[in-house]
Design a protein. Structure first.
Length: 396
């Protein structure tokens, strides 16, 4: 097991260190579980419906999820840490561990297995009680403190789903999600369970509803945690595979349409000054070109026919994508999304903007200092490869 973990961490570190826009793919979210930085509360059903075997499996799952090098606890010298709290629930909820109790993976191992050793003597199972207690823990131990920049996650392990009046869990879950808490659910189906997976799918954040029957549930949860730890500041839009589907897989790229008309050169400088590792947006592929157009169409201050500067420029005899300070410019490759009749052969038309017409939206080369338009900026996301402090300043 130790050899396998060493190989996994080595592969992750190599991948994180070797990513380059020169590969002509957009940056993925960080995948280094050893650098996970979150506040997590596991909310576990310990009613009789879970069974002792099921409860033991949950303990094993939780430990496996965080045993791949994740730094459990808090450390002032290393901010990329994950705090792990534990709540059990049946007819009522009990805080087994607050967010500061476990200060190592060993603490978590013994604490989790001890707290989840035996089911209680009641068949009542009300998830709402567990979610309410998790919400209380976040409010008291995570919000507006030194970890206010950390994303918060609830992992629910449930054997049944009850929506009984005031104990309906959906309103609590919706309140948590509105406060930017991600919810992962795992259905532990038992004989007689009715509507469990369907109910939990409503509780979960989009794409984060799972069943313990999948081949590797721990890996599914790890992936969900990595996606939760991959985010953009409030005024940036995260690039994902589908603009219309919030559950679609996200990239480690943030976009910001800016509705301040200016010339291309000023737009470039503005983007570079908005964030670390920021520049005018690239469009390496048709899906990203389409995603940016959708983002522009949904941003106040943009109106049809849409036109906006992007980071393509003709320099030193070839078309290249501008990059943040210190990064090599990226040569243009296929696909080419030029409007009909472009690029025009003119020495003064070295910059590029997107221009919408009745034929669609495509690239047109323009003069860097003459054409005034809105623009779109791009930067790296906050994730396991990029820690963002409480002021949202990124640090490698």
């Amino acid at each position: 097991m130790k050899l396998g973990l060493l190989i996994l961490l080595l592969l992750v570190s190599v991948y994180a260190d070797t990513y380059s826009p020169l590969s002509y793919v957009d940056r993925p979210c960080g995948v280094d579980l050893s650098n996970l930085w979150l506040d997590v509360v596991a909310v576990v059903d310990n009613s009789q419906g879970m069974t002792n075997d099921g409860l033991n499996n949950v303990a094993s799952d939780i430990f496996t999820v965080f045993s791949s090098g994740t730094r459990i606890g808090s450390d002032s010298s290393e901010p990329r840490t994950t705090r792990l709290g534990l709540v059990t629930y049946n007819s009522n909820a009990t805080q087994q561990a607050d967010l500061n109790k476990y200060q190592s993976i060993d603490d978590a191992f013994y604490g989790i297995f001890d707290s989840l050793s035996t089911v209680v003597y009641t068949a009542d199972s009300y998830l709402a009680t567990g979610l309410i207690l998790a919400e209380k823990m976040f409010n008291e131990q995570s919000v507006n403190n030194v970890r206010s920049n950390y994303k918060r996650v609830v992992i629910v392990y449930a054997s049944e789903y009850n929506e009984d009046g005031e104990l309906d869990p959906l309103p609590v879950a919706n309140r948590l999600k509105l406060s930017n808490v991600k919810i992962i659910t795992v259905a532990y189906e038992q004989p007689g369970s009715v509507g469990l997976e369907n109910g939990l799918s409503q509780i979960a954040s989009p794409g984060f509803s799972f069943s313990n029957n999948v081949v590797n549930i721990s890996q599914e949860i790890q992936n969900a945690l990595l996606q939760s730890n991959c985010f953009c500041a409030n005024d940036w839009i995260q690039y994902r595979t589908s603009y219309s589907d919030p559950a679609s897989s996200r990239y480690g790229v943030c976009l910001q349409p800016v509705s301040v008309p200016t010339v291309w050169t000023s737009a470039k400088m503005s983007c570079m000054n908005r964030w670390s590792n920021s520049s005018l947006a690239t469009e390496f592929c048709q899906p990203k070109h389409d995603f940016i157009l959708s983002a522009v169409q949904n941003t106040q201050g943009f109106s049809p026919p849409y036109q906006y500067h992007i980071g393509l420029i003709y320099a030193s005899g070839s078309w290249v994508w501008t990059q943040p300070t210190g990064f090599q410019q990226v040569p243009l490759q296929q696909p080419l999304m030029w409007s009909s009749g472009y690029p025009q052969l003119a020495s003064d038309k070295s910059a590029v903007m997107n221009q919408q017409s009745w034929l669609g939206t495509g690239w047109q080369n323009i003069a860097t200092m003459n054409v005034v338009a809105n623009y779109v900026c791009e930067t790296y996301s906050c994730d396991t490869d990029n820690y963002c402090d409480e002021n949202m300043n990124k640090k490698q």
